[in-house]
Design a protein around this ligand. Structure first.
Ligand code: NDP
Ligand code: ZN
Length: 377
């Protein structure tokens, strides 16, 4: 890993606009390289594959940086049971436009852009029409391990030197954001920003963030920027000082039953980023009446079961939230630029991706690995 070289690499000047890895050819395909898993038990390894040439509404992108999300691990290891192999993860992508299709109006070669978790949707249903493509009634096309809507090919994510994406699913990286630490905003950022916005978190609200990893540390920053009084729930007492540096006002060690009990009835919102099954009941008890517990980390069954009394007796809400729409993804990038918010990253050479997965599972990253795609060359 190249932790020491992080800022040098992050500030690497962009190459000029040519020669690009793509031409504007609309019939040929392009050879790309990346790291993919061939099965749920195989480590990620280099793979050569074809990217389509830009369709009329497509943008071709040379990837500069890609964040490493815990979802990449869930998917590479088929922990959600929906993996398609070969599986090339990566949905926190920042890169430079190298070519555009003939109908593209918003981007041109050389623009610095981002791609998050989705690359397409039906674009017609009520969710898509409401800028909520993530809830597309026909199902969004995810950035990896999903059939492309046009040719049926398995989408390949951002652990790669390039990607080709419809213009609608491309966002602009605002000037002033460091490109490497902006990458995780495309998933960790939007996933935590969107529910806080949706539920109207405002000054004075008491927000608890569960787990301080990639999502959690962004959740702390956003809740703080929205004026909330922020508490981190963590298993790790050693994270207390760090959490305060991120903007948390208080820290509760979730394994300490006395600390949990002392927090009964305190919170308006809980943003739960814990990536494994865990007992929600003690957390629900820390909500005030009408409080909302928002799940973003878990898409497996809740186990142990929630005792309904925790909800019924205090009119509490147990909710979930999935990433955010494309317009809102642009909004969170702009919000970060405006408020000086960025992700804390550790830069990674792609050759160390399997070690990075192991370290993430052990909670040993502050707080997001970002692959420097220069290492792939
Ligand atoms: P990280 O691994 O970076 O962080 C997860 C944090 O949760 C850890 O730092 C740790 O915090 C806590 N944690 C980890 N293991 C346990 C455990 N066994 N028990 C209790 N707490 C634990 O993950 P990410 O932030 O990248 O992702 C979090 C989850 O969100 C993943 O499941 C991911 O798939 C999901 N996700 C959901 C999205 C959505 O749209 N809903 C989008 C993106 C990701 P601490 O040490 O402080 O306790
Ligand atoms: Zn993600």
């Amino acid at each position: 890993m190249t932790a020491g070289g992080m800022f040098m690499a992050a500030n690497r000047p962009l190459a000029d606009n040519g020669p690009s890895i793509f031409s504007a050819c609309e019939v040929c395909m392009y050879t790309a390289i990346g790291y993919a898993a061939q099965s749920a038990t195989a480590p990620l390894a280099p793979m050569t594959f074809e990217r389509r040439s830009p369709r009329p509404d497509d943008v071709a992108i040379e990837i500069l940086y890609c964040g490493v999300c815990h979802s990449d691990i869930h998917q590479a290891r088929n922990e959600w049971g929906i993996a398609v192999y070969p599986l090339m993860p990566g949905h926190e992508i920042v890169g430079k436009v190298t070519a555009v299709g003939s109908n593209v109006t918003r981007y041109k070669a050389g623009d610095v852009v981002g791609v998050g978790c989705m690359v397409d949707s039906c674009r017609q249903c009520s969710a898509c029409q409401a800028d909520l493509e993530q809830y597309c009634l026909a199902g969004p096309t995810m950035t990896y391990a999903t059939p492309d809507r046009v040719d049926g090919s398995n989408t390949m994510g951002g652990y790669s030197n390039s990607i080709v994406v419809s213009e609608h699913f491309v966002v602009r990286i605002p000037a002033g954001l460091d490109l490497a630490s902006a990458a995780p905003i495309l998933c960790a950022g939007i996933t935590t920003y969107s529910p806080l916005k949706h539920y109207g978190v405002k000054a004075g609200d008491k927000v608890g963030v569960l787990g301080m990893g990639g999502l959690g540390h962004m959740g702390i920053k956003f809740a703080k920027a929205m004026g909330a009084e922020v508490t981190l729930f963590t298993r790790s007492a050693s994270k207390a000082e760090e959490a305060r540096r991120q903007g948390a006002d208080h820290v509760i060690v979730s394994t300490d039953a006395a600390q949990m009990a002392a927090a009964a009835g305190r919170f308006d919102f809980l943003l739960d980023t814990i990536p494994v099954q865990h007992d929600l009941n003690p957390y629900l008890d820390t909500l005030a009446f009408d409080g909302v517990h928002i799940l973003v980390g878990l898409i497996e069954p809740v186990d142990p079961p929630v005792h309904a009394a925790h909800l019924v007796m205090k009119r509490r809400v147990l909710a979930g939230s999935l990433i955010g729409g494309i317009a809102e993804t642009q909004e969170v990038l702009d919000f970060c630029a405006e408020h000086g918010i960025s992700c804390d990253i550790e830069m990674l050479d792609i050759q160390n991706i399997n070690e990075a997965f192991t370290r993430m599972i052990a909670g040993d990253v502050k707080y997001r690995f970002v692959i420097d795609m220069n290492s792939l060359k």
